[in-house]
Design a protein around this ligand. Structure first.
Ligand code: NAD
Length: 318
């Protein structure tokens, strides 16, 4: 699903030359323009060519093995999110990348969503942030998943909560449910938590909702920013400044209301921005803005803590 979009951008984006794609199942979606550039294994790819970098877009449980194999061959790796399916594999992946002396980063593509980049730009307008609230719900996908929603989807939210809130996660508590009969993989999770700087957050994530929603709300002392990462929209609601005297209008708006601004944002494709950022990073730009391996590890640790909390009923410090 995501590999074919990487392939499209790497072949047509103009910021890289395409070395090839590896998939033991072949090119099921006709994503590769030149059939000679489809390989059944990393070994076969490496026998034909030595790429500068690779995007790891295999099932999550196989990230660690694929990333390590390519890193050992001297290839920089951009690992799709989550960095790995377990904390141990995430740590092993970082060690393999460090030992090989190559560069690595994690593909948390939401970081490049125009609406969330806009949130970062306008954060100062709402003052001290005290709540970050995310909603990522939608229908059950037709693809078989090797992990539940916590690792698969909530890792997007856990990464952006930390990124927007500016500090690592200190505590999480979670409730999960299995509604689609795919034990042991949960398809619904509710997470509440607190960052080290005391900002509170909650995330509602599932794949059992009949319509897709991707919303992030940031509440601060002077107002609220609301981002919709499906449409790329961002709205700033300022705290109340005008009294609403008309009783009918009051029923709709409350006793007072503030200004609201919907920002007109440039909308480049987030996946393209992610790839361009990684290319700049491997060319030596340390401040390019990649999601670092350590950040990717922290997100896997927090996701594991959420799963532990759901199991034990306790609040967990990752
Ligand atoms: N950043 C995002 O928004 C985003 C979106 C979707 C998926 N992902 C991540 O990308 C990864 C892939 O997800 P997907 O939905 O594209 O999965 P998918 O099942 O659609 O595709 C995985 C592909 O990997 C191939 N494959 C399996 N083992 C392989 C191996 N050892 N070497 C090479 N190819 C192999 C499969 O044949 C399949 O074509 C997951 O980790 C997922 O979390 C990220």
């Amino acid at each position: 699903m995501i590999g074919r979009h990487h392939a499209r951008l790497l072949q047509t984006g103009g910021f890289a030359r395409f070395a090839g794609a590896v998939d033991p199942a072949g090119d099921q979606y006709g994503a590769v323009l030149d059939p000679d550039k489809v390989f059944p294994s990393v070994e076969a790819l490496l026998a034909a060519t030595t790429p500068d970098f690779a995007v790891i877009a295999v099932p999550t449980a196989q990230h660690a093995a694929a990333a390590a194999e390519l890193a050992r061959a001297g290839v920089h790796v951009l690992v799709e999110k989550p960095l790995a399916g377990t904390v141990q594999e995430a740590e092993e992946t970082i060690a393999a990348i460090r030992d090989a002396g190559v560069r690595g980063a994690v593909g948390h593509v939401e970081r490049y969503n125009p609406a969330l980049l806009g949130v970062r730009e306008h954060l100062h307008e709402i003052g001290q942030v005290f709540l970050i609230s995310t909603e990522r719900v939608g229908p059950f996908p037709d693809r078989i998943r090797d992990v539940g929603v916590v690792m698969d989807l909530a890792t997007h939210d856990l990464d952006l909560v930390r990124w927007l809130g500016g500090e690592p996660v200190a505590q999480v508590a979670a409730q999960t449910a299995v509604r689609m009969g795919r034990e042991p993989h949960e398809d619904l999770v509710l997470i509440t938590g607190r960052l080290r700087n005391d900002t509170t957050f909650n995330c509602v994530v599932d794949r059992v909702t009949p319509t897709k929603r991707r919303r992030t709300r940031i509440l601060g002392e002077r107002g609220m920013l609301e981002a919709d990462t499906l449409t790329g929209d961002l709205v700033l609601y300022k705290n109340a400044s005008a009294t609403v005297a008309d009783p009918f209008a009051q029923a709709l708006r409350g006793v007072s209301e503030g200004d609201a601004i919907r920002f007109a944002l440039p909308r480049p494709e987030p996946l393209r921005t992610e790839l361009e950022t990684f290319v700049a990073y491997i060319q030596g730009d340390d401040d390019a803005g990649v999601v670092t391996l350590e950040e990717g590890l922290h997100t896997v640790q927090v996701a594991a803590a959420a799963l532990r909390s759901a199991q034990t009923g306790e609040t967990v410090s990752p």
